[in-house]
Design a binder for this molecule. Structure first.
Ligand code: SAM
Ligand code: SF4
Length: 326
């Protein structure tokens, strides 16, 4: 078991398979010219499998593939297939644009739930955020996933000045479709022009929704980062991920592996240990994993004040979100 100094058991691994992406979301990718990792730096599919096996040996029961955009990797289906035999729950977070090319591979690998990022339901706003004219493709792939009986969660980053205009439209998505919309509070990462004034909290959004709908609170799953609700009579649900306004670190069961094989024990942590070099050099990997788990801080990588408004993000040492793997 990967148990840390605070008694938290880590049974969930998020693997970034690439830091490359076919979108350029302004809250994720640094504004200045961003260079992606070179092919040789990335874990190969065999290396991903080899490292994943070690985590599974020590109690990991759930693996999420992310990126960058995981589906831009040419050997994505092979990675899926390799991980599908490890006996873990296999999940993926994607921008949705390439899902139609991988739907059979996802089914074959036993993936049953897919998180799709979608920050706007309007083509022009979508293009403004992602710098790509791809709304129709993403939407048709969301429908394709539903037709193929996948559980579909939609991740929308809530940025003040933007999400308010479409809040009702997102809730309406859940009226007649089994869609699960999650509003994620805007988080600071290297190069994403975060400012505390751009954060719109879950409490604010919830109050807004309550003015227009009768809603009920649903029971949250163990270790859930999302606080779930439902508009009465609607088929789907909506939820808030309150990383900024109400931290959920006490329940954290996650570890991360970056695309170049570094273990990160926290989304906001600065400690990284290089598992891929150890694997390539024939050095001990388990020791590094245990060390990383022991280094994990109680909350927010020990880099944030209690209130996000008090944190000077210029002092936070981290990476861009696209190179961590969200
Ligand atoms: N490309 C895939 C996608 O967009 O879903 C996977 C990688 S992306 C980094 C993973 C998730 O992180 C997405 O849902 C995205 O919206 C979220 N994300 C990225 N930057 C964020 C930020 N600054 N604040 C909150 N969520 C963010
Ligand atoms: Fe790419 Fe996802 Fe980041 Fe958008 S949020 S730039 S789709 S990795």
């Amino acid at each position: 078991m990967l148990t840390d100094r605070f008694g938290r058991i880590h049974d969930y691994l998020r693997i970034s398979v690439t830091d490359n992406c076919n979108f350029r979301c302004n809250y994720c990718m640094p504004e200045e010219c961003h260079s992606f990792m070179k092919q040789a730096q990335l874990m190969t599919s065999e290396e991903i499998e080899a490292l994943a096996k070690i985590f599974v040996k020590h109690g990991v029961r759930k693996i999420r593939l992310t990126g960058g955009e995981p589906l831009v990797r040419k050997d994505f289906d092979e990675i899926l297939q390799r991980l599908s035999v490890l006996g873990v729950e296999l999940l993926i977070t994607t921008n949705g644009s390439l899902v139609h090319r991988h739907i059979e591979a996802l089914k074959k690998a036993g993936v049953t739930s897919v998180n799709v990022s979608l920050d706007s339901l309007k083509g022009n706003t979508f293009e403004h955020i992602t710098k790509r004219n791809a709304f129709e493709q993403v939407w048709s792939n969301i429908l394709l996933l539903l037709e193929n009986d996948f559980r579909v969660k939609i991740n929308a980053v809530a940025i003040r000045g933007s999400i308010e205009h479409e809040l009702v439209d997102f809730i309406e998505l859940t009226r007649n479709k089994p869609l699960h919309v999650r509003f994620i509070e805007f988080m600071p990462f290297t190069g994403n022009s975060w400012h505390k004034n751009k954060v719109i909290t879950a409490q604010e959004l919830l109050a807004n929704v309550q003015e227009q709908y009768d809603i009920i609170k649903l029971k949250d799953e163990p270790h859930a980062t999302a606080s779930k609700y439902k508009a009465i009579g609607f088929e789907g649900t909506f939820a808030f991920i309150t990383t900024m306004s109400k931290q959920f670190c006490g329940e954290c069961n996650r570890l991360r592996l970056t695309a170049e094989g570094k273990i990160k024990n926290c989304l906001f942590g600065k400690d990284e240990l290089d598992l891929l070099s150890a694997l390539r050099n024939g050095d001990g990997i388990e020791e590094l994993i245990f060390k990383s788990v022991q280094l994990k801080h109680a909350a927010m990588g020990n880099q944030f004040e209690k209130g996000y408004q008090l944190t000077n993000v210029n002092h936070v040492i981290n990476r861009s979100m696209v190179s961590i793997g969200g």
